[in-house]
Design a protein. Structure first.
Ligand SMILES: NC(=O)CCC(=O)C(=O)O
Length: 256
C-alpha cells in the first residue's frame, strides 16, 4: 500500500485555487494507492467568511475529489473541508474510494478553542472506523489528537492506520510530534499525519507531516515547507508488534 501525503501550503479563503493546487499535485504522482490531504484545505481558518466560501454539504469539493479519484484511480483521504449543513458549518473529513464512492464522512468532534472553532463551527457527534483496500482505518482531525480515548476506540475497533489531518500551528509543534508518536506506540498502529504549512490570519502552520509505524518508528517526515511525503506501508506490521508487546491483551478493563 503506497501512501502519498500532501503537506500543502494553505490557500486562505480560496477554495477554487486550493482545488487547482491539489489537481496539479495529483498529476505529479505515480504508483500511489492512497492520497492524504490536510485539514480545512478549502478555506483554511478564514472562519468569519465561511458563509460565503462554503458549499452545501461540501458538494463542490466532493465532486472535485470524486473526479480526481476516478480519473487517477486513487483512494482519497480528503483531509477535511469546511462545509455548510443545516444552517451551520462543520469541519468535515471525506473519504472517497477509487470508484469515486464516498465511503465515510466525519465531522470534527473536538473543536479547537485556540483557533476559535467553537465560535464558528458546530461539533460532530459520531465516529467509526472505515474500510479502504480491505483494511480497517480511522481518521481524526488535528485537535482530536489530544484526546487519546478517540484513537483508542478506533484501534480497539480494528484500525490498522489512523490518519491525522491537521492545520497544526508552528508554535505547538513539539506537542504535535510527541502526541503523534504516543498515539502510534500506545495503539500499535500506523499513524499517517498530514499537516499544512503557510500562514492564515496571523497563525503560522508548522508542517512536520509524518508516517509512524506501529512500533513507533518514524518512516518519513516532512520539514516546514510545502512537500510530498510518500511511504510504502506494510499493514501486517501491527500484528507482529501486538504479539511481541501484547498491551491490548494486558489492558485491565475490569478496573478502567
Ligand atoms: N486545527 C487544530 O485543531 C489545531 C490544534 C491545535 O492548535 C492544538 O491542539 O494545539
Amino acid at each position: 500500500m503506497r501512501i502519498a501525503l500532501y503537506q500543502m501550503e494553505v490557500v486562505p479563503g480560496n477554495p477554487h485555487r486550493a482545488m487547482e493546487k491539489i489537481e496539479a499535485w495529483i498529476k505529479t504522482l505515480s504508483q500511489i494507492d492512497i492520497v492524504v490531504l490536510p485539514e480545512m484545505w478549502n478555506t483554511s481558518y478564514t472562519l468569519t467568511r465561511l458563509h460565503e466560501l462554503t458549499d452545501d454539504e461540501g458538494e463542490r469539493e466532493i465532486r472535485f475529489l470524486q473526479k480526481m479519484a476516478k480519473q487517477h484511480a486513487l483512494h482519497i483521504v480528503g483531509g477535511s473541508i469546511a462545509v455548510k449543513s443545516n444552517g451551520q458549518h462543520y469541519n468535515r473529513s471525506i473519504i472517497i474510494d477509487q470508484q469515486g464512492e464516498i465511503i465515510y464522512q466525519y465531522d470534527k468532534i473536538h473543536l479547537v478553542p485556540m483557533l476559535n472553532e467553537p465560535d464558528y463551527l458546530a461539533a460532530g457527534h459520531q465516529f467509526s472506523t472505515f474500510e479502504l483496500m480491505n483494511e480497517k482505518m480511522g481518521i481524526i482531525i488535528c485537535y482530536d489528537l489530544r484526546f487519546p480515548e478517540l484513537s483508542r476506540h478506533l484501534a480497539l475497533d480494528g484500525a490498522e492506520i489512523i490518519y491525522v489531518v491537521a492545520e497544526w500551528p508552528m508554535e505547538r509543534m513539539a506537542h504535535f510530534m510527541a502526541l503523534l508518536k504516543a498515539r502510534a506506540v500506545e495503539n500499535q498502529c500506523y499513524i499517517v499525519a498530514c499537516n499544512t504549512v503557510g500562514e492564515c490570519e496571523g497563525t503560522q502552520f508548522g508542517g512536520g507531516s509524518m508516517i509512524i509505524d506501529p512500533g513507533g518508528e518514524v518512516l518519513a517526515q516532512a520539514d516546514a515547507h510545502e512537500e510530498t511525503v510518500i511511504v510504502q506501508v506494510d499493514i501486517k506490521q501491527s500484528e507482529a508488534i501486538r504479539q511481541a508487546i501484547p498491551v491490548f491483551k494486558s489492558r485491565r478493563t475490569d478496573l478502567y
